[in-house]
Structure formats: C-alpha cells, structure tokens
Design a protein around this ligand. Structure first.
Ligand code: ADP
Ligand code: ADP
Length: 223
C-alpha cells in the first residue's frame, strides 16, 4: 500500500533559494527508497519536509492511512553523533529516555536493538572503544529502539571505508527485511543505492528536482 504521496512539492527558503521544484513521489509502505544526486539538489530538504521539520512552499505531502508522529520516525546521519561518556546501551536507550519510558522497559528495548544490529556483548563499551562501523551500528540501533515506521538515513556510510561500508549494506538489508519499516536513504553513491533499494530517485540541482525514478528488480523482495 502507498504510505505517502508528494504532489507538486516545492520549497523556497527564506533567502529565496529554490531548493525543490515540482517533486512528485509515491512511497509504498516497507519500501527502501534511495535519493541520489549532487550536493545541493535538495535531498536533505525532502527529508526535512517528510519529517515535518519544515513546510513545503507549494504542493502537498499526504500520509495515506496514518499520520506519522515524531516517535514514528528514526534518523541516522553520517556522523554517528553518540554521547561519548555513555556506554552503548545508554546511547541506544536515549530516545526512550526522552520519551519518558521507564528504566526496565528502556533497557529491554535497547537491548533488542543492540542485538538486532549485531552488537551483543558491547552494551557497556564506550563509543571511543568501537570502530567507525560499530559506532554507526550503535547509531542505527538508537534510531530503531523506538521502533519507527519510517527510517530516514542521510548519507549514513559516507565516512566509512569500503569494507566496513559493504558489511553494513548487508546488515542494513537484513534489518530492513526483519523490521518491515520504510527506509529512505540519501547517498552520492549510485552503486550503493542500486544494491540497497527497491526504488532509486535520481535528482538534479538548479533547482532541485527528481529527474527519474528507477525501480530495482529483485524477486526475493515483496513490496
Ligand atoms: P542536498 O541535501 O542535496 O545537498 P539540500 O536540501 O541540503 O541539498 O539543499 C538544497 C538547496 O537549498 C541548496 O542550494 C542549499 O544551499 C539550500 N538550503 C538548504 N537549507 C537551507 C536553508 N535552511 N536556508 C537556505 N537555503 C538552504
Ligand atoms: P564492522 O564495522 O562491520 O563492525 P569492523 O571492520 O569495524 O567491522 O570490525 C570487525 C569486527 O572486529 C567487529 O565486528 C568487532 O567484532 C571487531 N572489532 C573492531 N573494532 C573493535 C574494537 N575497537 N574493539 C573490539 N572489537 C572490535
């Protein structure tokens, strides 16, 4: 089923920069949707609009079926942005803590997320004791701990070396298939987008727009 529809979406920032023009998109529930394009073509702006952190200047974004609240959306950025003095489990539990979830339930859910990303045994490690790839896994676990319906990933693997990045591709696919959430993924890397996605939106700049959407065939995936 269709989860959200963007119709004629445009965004002009206060300084008169036209970041997006006439974006039309249909995102199905459970899809892995990538956005590929040069810097400045409006990829992050689309995320901000979808997350409700910014309003479109024209057009509309409709959620079909259910409105997504803040808790329904998880974010992962290139920089893992972990709290350095907190062990892994407490970093992962942070969104639940901010939501006011009690300690016991918080730890249980955080533990599930830690297990899901393959970090069992590292609960008490500090971020600096972990490799870059493991820190990214913590960041993914933190985004998953509140069980989001929608995961927004903005160039998550851009800073990692090739081996680590490819490992995480397999991990992410495994997690996505297990959780059935919708993933929206920003990248510069066409190979990465094709490997991971069910659909790839190719964007171009000046002003930002979607020039083509490719559907990636994969008979093992069901939409
Ligand atoms: P991308 O993520 O593809 O690099 P962005 O969505 O960040 O693109 O930016 C699209 C365009 O909008 C760029 O020209 C950028 O400079 C501009 N832009 C982004 N955020 C703002 C803002 N808050 N105010 C003004 N201009 C912005
Ligand atoms: P990934 O990024 O996929 O976790 P890495 O190449 O970073 O892979 O690490 C491979 C494996 O080596 C990890 O899964 C982990 O078991 C171990 N490892 C890496 N760095 C550390 C570390 N700082 N402390 C303990 N184990 C580590």
């Amino acid at each position: 089923p269709v989860q959200m529809t963007l119709t004629g979406v445009g965004k002009v920032y206060a300084n008169d920069t036209t970041a997006l023009q006439n974006v039309n998109l249909e995102i199905r529930r459970g899809e892995f949707y990538s956005f590929v394009g040069p810097s400045g073509c409006g990829k992050s702006t689309i995320f901000k609009l979808i997350a409700g952190l910014s309003e479109p200047t024209s057009g509309s974004i409709e959620m079909n079926g259910e409105e997504l609240s803040k808790e329904d959306i998880g974010f992962v950025f290139q920089n893992a942005t972990l709290l350095p003095w907190r062990p892994v489990l407490d970093n992962v539990a942070l969104p639940l803590e901010l939501k006011g979830v009690g300690k016991k339930e918080r730890r249980e859910k955080a533990q599930e997320a830690v297990d899901l990303v393959g970090l069992s045994g590292y609960e008490e490690s500090l971020p600096r004791e972990l490799s870059g790839g493991m820190q990214m896994r913590v960041s993914i676990a933190r985004a998953l701990t509140a069980r989001p319906k929608l995961l927004l990933m903005d160039e998550p693997f851009g800073a990692l070396d090739e081996m680590t990045r490819q490992n995480l591709h397999f991990e992410l696919l495994r997690i996505w298939q297990k959780t059935e959430m919708t993933v929206l993924f920003i990248t510069h890397n066409v190979f990465e987008s094709v490997f991971l996605s069910t659909k790839v939106a190719i964007m171009s700049a000046g002003p930002g727009r979607i020039t083509k959407v490719h559907r990636i065939p994969d008979y093992e995936r069901n939409e």
